[in-house]
Design a protein around this ligand. Structure first.
Ligand SMILES: [Zn+2]
Length: 474
């Protein structure tokens, strides 16, 4: 394909409604599996665009899917719309000022992520219709990326079984084709049970679950020296067994978040942490029960897809911003320290540049090799479907992830321009794939070769229910 064959023009024609969607989702920040209004906003726009819409897919009340087109290959474009707790912030000002004290905020830019992905899907839908092409495009509105692993549950439910290729993006400071590095992870509760007793009169009759938690943490801390240096283990004591020191704590819970570079490495690390928990139980004559909350696989890259998407990004060119955008971004940069800005570049192994408020270039395809980041549930999808992602430049360079500054920039012209830029790259990549079965074949061959001999084991076992909050059942 020599140019976008009109796909970018379709994006431009349709963008206004999607900028509005992004802003509306920003206005109603909802967290993990409580995104009822956000999911409904997505479903309605899909319907008004003429998609065939399914709500509550994979038994997740806030997951939504829209499909358009007939026959041919199936291209999935993944979106998200969940917010983060405690990040309420007024829009557009470079000063920390919550809208609602203790309220939620879109600190990861998922308002843009969902709207941009749906804009791409809607453009592909029109492109298919206008050119009479066989092929289907699906928009998946995936809830609860922030700790809910919804895509892992969607994979388990077989939602992606007939999908040929998955495409996504994430708002970022820089524009580039995402280097597929993310860690596989599991979040697990360890519930210890002991025996309550008067801590002074009959301490010998008590068996402390809190002691077990502390010993487990000590054991895992010793284990750190003997695990892969790229692995990460974090914990939080979520139930210390009560506030009374004169009662031997009969129950206590510690939540572990275990991360590793690959899925097999994660599964072996999880098994070792479980042994430490059992050891702590043995030492304290308590019992322990482990409960998996969520889990993501690591991202699996795909060279043909990354090269294809990167060629579309190069053809489109870098995002275009104006003086007003740069001026606003500079104001936000004044609220960052030098380390924030260096970290922004460092994630991609680049040296910080002077006076560069916004990304107005394209990152090389190889940027970021070797840097470690967090985890994403897109990883689990990438094990079952060849998947490609890009980063779209939507905010000032140096903006910390999950920060009030990121929330504040979520409705600016830069956010809209970066969203449109990413939507164009995703849409023309999808159109290219639909017209070139050889490309899909190459992507599938690459996927198969990478996973040869490594069976996919979903880090969310079959008996684990999605961590829907109480209200989700109401
Ligand atoms: Zn995110």
């Amino acid at each position: 394909m020599q140019n976008s064959d009109g796909v970018w023009e379709i994006v431009e024609r349709k963008r206004a409604a999607f900028f509005e969607l992004s802003d509306r989702i920003w206005d109603i920040p909802e967290t993990n599996y409580l995104e009822y209004q956000s999911a409904e906003e997505h479903a309605r726009l899909l319907e008004s665009e003429g998609f065939r819409v399914e709500r509550g897919i994979a038994d997740l009340p806030t997951a939504v899917m829209g499909e358009a087109g007939e026959g041919g290959p199936i291209i999935a474009i993944l979106g998200e719309f969940d917010a983060l707790p405690g990040l309420s912030q007024q829009a557009g000002i470079a000063e920390e000022r919550p809208l609602v004290d203790g309220g939620n905020g879109h600190g990861c830019g998922h308002n843009m992520l969902g709207a941009g992905s749906m804009l791409a899907a809607a453009a592909v839908k029109d492109f298919l219709a206008e050119n009479g092409l066989k092929g289907r495009v699906r928009y998946y509105g995936c809830p609860a990326e922030e700790g809910g692993s919804s895509k892992g549950f969607m994979v388990r439910a077989g939602i992606f079984d007939d999908v040929d290729i998955a495409i996504s993006w994430h708002p970022a400071a820089f524009a580039g084709v995402n280097n597929p590095i993310s860690l596989a992870c599991n979040e697990i509760n360890f519930h210890f049970s002991g025996r309550a007793s008067h801590a002074s009169a009959t301490p010998h009759l008590g068996r402390s679950a809190l002691d077990a938690v502390e010993l487990m943490n000590v054991g895992v801390n010793y284990m750190r020296e003997h695990m892969p240096s790229t692995a990460r283990i974090h914990y939080a004591i979520t139930d210390a067994g009560g506030a009374a020191p004169n009662v031997v704590q009969a129950r206590a819970t510690v939540r572990y978040l275990i991360r590793a570079r690959t899925l097999p490495e994660l599964l072996s690390l999880v098994a070792r942490v479980k042994k430490v928990a059992e050891g702590a139980a043995l030492m304290t004559e308590t019992t322990v029960r482990s409960e998996i909350i969520s889990g993501d696989a690591n991202l699996v890259g795909n060279t043909p897809l990354e090269e294809c998407m990167f060629s579309h990004l190069q053809r489109l060119g870098p995002p275009v911003f104006d003086d007003a955008d740069r001026e606003t971004a500079r104001k936000f940069q004044e609220t960052f320290n030098a380390e924030d800005i260096a970290a922004s570049y460092g994630r991609f192994a680049l040296k910080p540049k002077k006076d560069q408020p916004l990304c107005e270039e394209i990152f090389p395809l190889s940027a970021g090799d070797g840097t470690l980041v967090g985890s994403t549930d897109v990883g689990t999808v990438s094990w079952v479907v060849p998947t490609v992602q890009m980063r779209g430049a939507t905010y000032a360079i140096g903006t910390p992830g999950h920060s009030w500054q990121l929330v504040a920039q979520g409705k600016l012209p830069v956010a809209h321009k970066g969203t449109e830029h990413a939507a164009k790259v995703m849409a023309s990549t999808a159109a290219d794939l639909i017209r070139n079965p050889e490309l899909i074949k190459a992507a599938k061959a690459d996927h198969q070769a990478r996973l040869e001999g490594t069976p996919f084991i979903n880090p969310i076992p079959d008996d684990v229910a999605p961590p829907l909050p109480e209200k989700a059942h109401a």
